[in-house]
Design a binder for this molecule. Structure first.
Ligand SMILES: O=P(O)(O)OC[C@H]1O[C@](O)(CO)[C@@H](O)[C@@H]1O
Length: 526
């Protein structure tokens, strides 16, 4: 029997609040700092490492966090989730995204099928379909090969797959795995679809309509937009479109599509990159083997999340430190700063993953919580961000914990030496410099040039961004968000907060408005 209790009722949380504050400037300086960087480091899967030396924790804080993990029953809650309990209480659903990449516990039967078999069957069907597209067994109406794939979807049906595609595009080009160029249409702004459609060869493009619910207004509108363009080009839309949806959606089993691949209600959109939602576009773009490697990386990292020893469980430790920062130190935001151009859209994906999951004010039992929950997440790749918002991060009045990500090697390995260092060395030098600058700061007689330091960060390091290390990275953040939801005693798997805006937009379109809504509508010409 698991106890789902609010964070502020846990004894270990009260103890955590009493632990002495760590002076980051002090502990990160000199030889002690060097030792800390070596010690406060946990291996992740696929050659990644989670280093938390520049966080405001010490051995006393870590002990308190270990106690908190035990009292909050984090491992038991994770086990309940992967063994098929209804953890998404808001929607009365199981939560099974881990099962798209492995079986962590017992077999789970739902809707009359073994769910692991269901997910792997879809993966096999996608792999066969992608192979046929690549070898020309499936072609356009004129019998010519498709060269381009375009995903139509929004939110979780766009952000994760898009971020993963961008992350692997250069790697695939370098490693002879690049099969088809991918594009994405998400926004209902007609300029989005128009720009994509004018930049591609429509006659040789395969469109993937991705919507779990099959009812999302933006996606259905963009589907019609694309169908019109296909018809105007004298093409049959049904020969250019496949669907990824749930079996219960209005899109399932329709003749409008060349084929359809399925996910289900047990996978939230923002957790769906490893399901058919990411599987179709990534298998078509890079081949099914690359997608399989991506899943392998995620699976290896999931296994680490099973570890009850917090110091061997990077996602759990990252989650606990995040809660310490949010609920004891009072920090409101977290910035995700990948020093990797391939991860340029990864912060955008994490915005949805984290904020749609943990932006909640009531607990699992619909009772208001008395403490802050999910932080505001934002980010940009380094070094670009350094020339943008780092001023506030270094000298602003808010302290923003930072999540750096960095790799020893670039993906294309095409580099130059200028002023005695390569571009990759410059990139890595910058991330190392930033961690120390944020932690230790710098005194100056001029207050305007003073850096107070004491600004915490962690870094995930790796050799190179590959399909496997990307899978591990994704799993880390999915599991971190899940563990934080457990700590806050909230349901991380529904998103009621997106509904009101949708309802009001429908009223505007139906001209059923009054008051402020009416005036705003008129201002915008509706
Ligand atoms: O895949 P669907 O059902 O079109 O949903 C798209 C997105 O819309 C949301 O429901 C929010 O509006 C997200 O949670 C989801 O990822």
């Amino acid at each position: 029997m698991i106890n789902w209790n609010n964070l502020d009722t846990l004894e270990a949380f009260k103890e955590l609040k009493e632990t002495p504050l760590v002076d980051l400037n002090k502990v990160m300086s000199g030889e002690a700092g060097a030792e800390r960087v070596k010690t406060y480091n946990i291996p992740m899967a696929e050659g990644l490492n989670y280093n938390f030396a520049a966080k405001k924790v010490d051995d006393t804080t870590l002990k308190a966090l270990e106690k908190l993990a035990t009292e909050a029953e984090l491992s038991d809650k994770f086990a309940a989730l992967y063994n098929g309990e209804v953890v998404n209480t808001g929607e009365n659903r199981l939560v099974l995204h881990h099962m798209t990449r492995g079986q962590l516990g017992e077999a789970v039967n739902a809707d009359g099928v073994d769910k692991r078999t269901f997910y792997t069957t879809q993966q096999k069907r996608i792999a066969e379909f992608a192979d046929k597209v690549h070898n020309g067994a499936i072609t356009n109406g004129a019998g010519e090969k498709f060269t381009t794939v375009v995903q139509i979807g929004i939110g979780g049906s766009d952000l994760g797959p898009r971020a993963m595609y961008i992350a692997l595009e250069n790697w695939a080009k370098k490693n002879n795995s690049f099969k088809m160029e991918a594009h994405f249409i998400s926004n209902v702004d007609p300029d989005d679809a128009s720009a994509v459609l004018t930049s591609i060869d429509v006659a040789h493009s395969l469109f993937i309509l991705v919507s779990k619910s099959g009812t999302t207004l933006e996606t259905l509108t963009n589907e019609s937009f694309v169908k019109n363009a296909l018809k105007e080009a004298g093409l049959d839309p049904a020969k250019h479109m496949i669907a990824v949806t749930s079996e219960t959606s209005p899109l399932a089993k329709s003749d409008d599509y060349l084929d359809a691949f399925y996910m289900d209600d047990y996978i939230g959109g923002r957790f769906s990159s490893t399901s058919s939602v990411g599987g179709a576009v990534l298998s078509l773009a890079f081949g099914p083997d690359v997608f399989a490697d991506f899943l392998e990386g995620a699976s290896a990292e999931d296994k680490l999340a099973l570890n009850k020893d917090v110091l061997k469980n990077p996602a759990m430790l990252d989650a606990l430190i995040g809660v310490y920062e949010r609920n004891v130190l009072g920090y409101e935001c977290t910035a995700v700063l990948p020093y990797s151009q391939g991860l340029s859209r990864f912060p955008a994906h994490l915005q949805q993953l984290d904020m749609e999951s943990n932006g909640k004010s009531v607990n699992r039992f619909n009772e208001p919580v008395n403490y802050p929950t999910g932080p505001v997440i934002f980010g940009e790749p380094g070094t670009n961000g350094q020339h943008s918002f780092y001023q506030l991060l270094h000298q602003g009045t808010n302290i923003v914990p930072l999540q750096f990500i960095g790799f020893k090697n670039s993906q294309l390995e095409n580099d130059v030496t200028i002023q005695d260092s390569t571009s990759q060395q410059k990139l890595c030098a910058n991330v190392a410099a930033q961690i120390v600058a944020f932690a230790c700061g710098k005194d100056d007689n001029n207050p305007n040039k003073t850096f107070k330091g004491g600004r915490p960060s962690s870094i995930i390091t790796g050799d190179k961004l590959t399909p496997k290390s990307l899978g591990a990275l994704l799993s880390h953040f999915e599991n971190k968000v899940m563990f934080q939801g457990f700590l806050w005693n909230i349901n991380s798997f529904d998103q009621e907060g997106v509904q009101l805006g949708k309802v009001l937009a429908k009223r505007v379109l139906a001209h059923d408005t009054d008051g402020a809504l009416k005036v705003y509508s008129q201002m915008l010409g509706i």
